[in-house]
Design a protein around this ligand. Structure first.
Ligand SMILES: NC(=O)c1ccc[n+]([C@@H]2O[C@H](COP(=O)([O-])OP(=O)(O)OC[C@H]3O[C@@H](n4cnc5c(N)ncnc54)[C@H](O)[C@@H]3O)[C@@H](O)[C@H]2O)c1
Length: 390
């Protein structure tokens, strides 16, 4: 809970997200001047004390703890930020709720739908503010897309078409890191990549009624990682051996939305040449919208009915009244990936100050988890699967 004008933050995780979130906390006060200011109190979450200490120093935290549970017991922490592998989210979020802390938890919210449900219920019942880290929602161009859809300018939506393409695990000798180990990640390209596409679809098109999915694992065995292998590596195996890959390398999914639109999702880490190719397109009765993370300052908008002037316009979403841009630079002075974390944390601080749930909330994370779960069930059963209401 917020103490007066400041929110004392405790970060769990010193890896990729530990670094991006630290970047967010370091910059949110000067950029956005939020109603409550973030104080970078403490970082923890690596299994090595030295790593926590080094992260505190280099990322700009006042203090560190070697054990995340010790940090949660501290009275001087208001907001717990969970940037750890997926299998830890449930335990850490429930412990944070128990300690009465607000929470920002990375996506996917949990390993399973049951876990996500428990986390959401616990947070809502306790009245803590709980955000799920679907960072791409915070891009001004995405928020402009939502504004255009809400203004009715796309009309009735017919199609959602989304891909998330990466290529970093094509080498069969790439080791079985936590993102490939079913016990620590829960799912592969689904939870890692498709989760972002699902959240975007839920935000821009609406609830998903039913799904059909194909999942594939191309490389079925990978080298195990020796103990003490470092950040992000599974440490319970012996070096020189191989372990089974039990999660999906690629996911191809279809859905019907509750409003009658249909959608496709493709997520893979085997698309040679693609680094972070998150793209989506919406086609409606009055227009189309398209966005690409790798060109994230632009929104493409096609408006039907403009005669021989028709065509996709490429809007540079950096005007002062573009939602999510208000505190940024003069028009055309573009932002990048890291700035989305500043926007995300600003939304979290506003939610705390205004005593409301942030967007996206744990409930949004739960809705995404229900779709992920239905994709998995469909791939197993080779049947269409309804998505339970959340
Ligand atoms: N919002 C986004 O765009 C985005 C992007 C990347 C990752 N994520 C999510 O953030 C979370 C963390 O991902 P990351 O990329 O920062 O991972 P990472 O491997 O870079 O960092 C993980 C951190 O957790 C610690 N850790 C504690 N116990 C561990 C264990 N048993 N095995 C491995 N690491 C352990 C590591 O030491 C490290 O500090 C994941 O849930 C991931 O899905 C979100």
């Amino acid at each position: 809970m917020a103490h007066k004008d400041v929110v004392n933050v405790g970060m769990i995780g010193c890896g990729f997200m530990g670094k991006t979130h630290s970047f967010g906390y370091r910059n949110v006060n000067p950029i956005w001047d939020p109603p409550v200011k973030a104080v970078m109190k403490c970082i923890t979450g690596s299994r090595s004390r030295e790593t926590c200490q080094a992260a505190a120093q280099s990322y700009g935290w006042q203090d560190y703890e070697a054990d995340w549970q010790d940090m949660l017991q501290r009275d001087d922490i208001d907001l717990v930020d969970i940037g750890t592998p997926n299998f830890l989210h449930h335990e850490q979020a429930l412990a944070a709720v128990e300690a009465g802390k607000d929470i920002l938890c990375e996506k996917p919210l949990a390993m399973t739908l049951a876990e996500a449900r428990q986390m959401t219920q616990a947070a809502e019942e306790a009245g803590v503010k709980a955000m799920c880290g679907f960072t791409y929602r915070q891009a001004p161009a995405v928020r402009l897309a939502r504004q255009i859809i809400e203004a009715g300018e796309v009309g009735e939506v017919y199609h959602w078409r989304a891909v998330y393409l990466q290529d970093w695990i094509i080498d069969p000798e790439f080791p079985l890191v936590w993102r490939l180990d079913a016990d620590t990640c829960g799912s592969g390209s689904l939870g890692d990549l498709a989760a972002h596409l699902i959240d975007m679809a839920l935000l821009l098109v609406g609830d998903i009624a039913e799904v059909s999915a194909v999942l594939e694992t191309f490389v079925k065995e990978r080298p195990l990682v020796a103990a003490g292998g470092g950040t992000g590596l599974v440490d319970k195996r012996a070096a020189g051996q191989k372990g089974q890959v039990k999660v999906d390398d690629a996911a191809l999914c279809c859905c019907r939305f509750a409003n009658g639109a249909v959608g496709t999702f493709e997520a893979t880490r085997f698309a040679q040449g693609h680094k972070n190719g998150h793209r989506w397109e919406i086609n409606g009765s009055k227009g189309s919208l398209a966005w690409s993370l790798e060109d994230m300052n632009y929104l493409e908008f096609y408006k039907a009915g403009e005669g021989n002037r028709q065509g996709f316009r490429k809007i540079l979403a950096t005007e002062g009244d573009t939602p999510g841009w208000e505190a940024w630079w003069p028009a055309g002075h573009i932002i990048g990936y890291g700035e989305l974390f500043i926007n995300e944390i600003y939304e979290m601080l506003c939610a705390i100050a205004e005593d409301r749930q942030p967007a996206p909330s744990f409930r949004d994370g739960l809705k995404c988890q229900a779709v992920l779960d239905a994709f998995t069930q469909s791939a197993r059963s080779k049947q269409w699967v309804p998505v339970p209401p959340c």
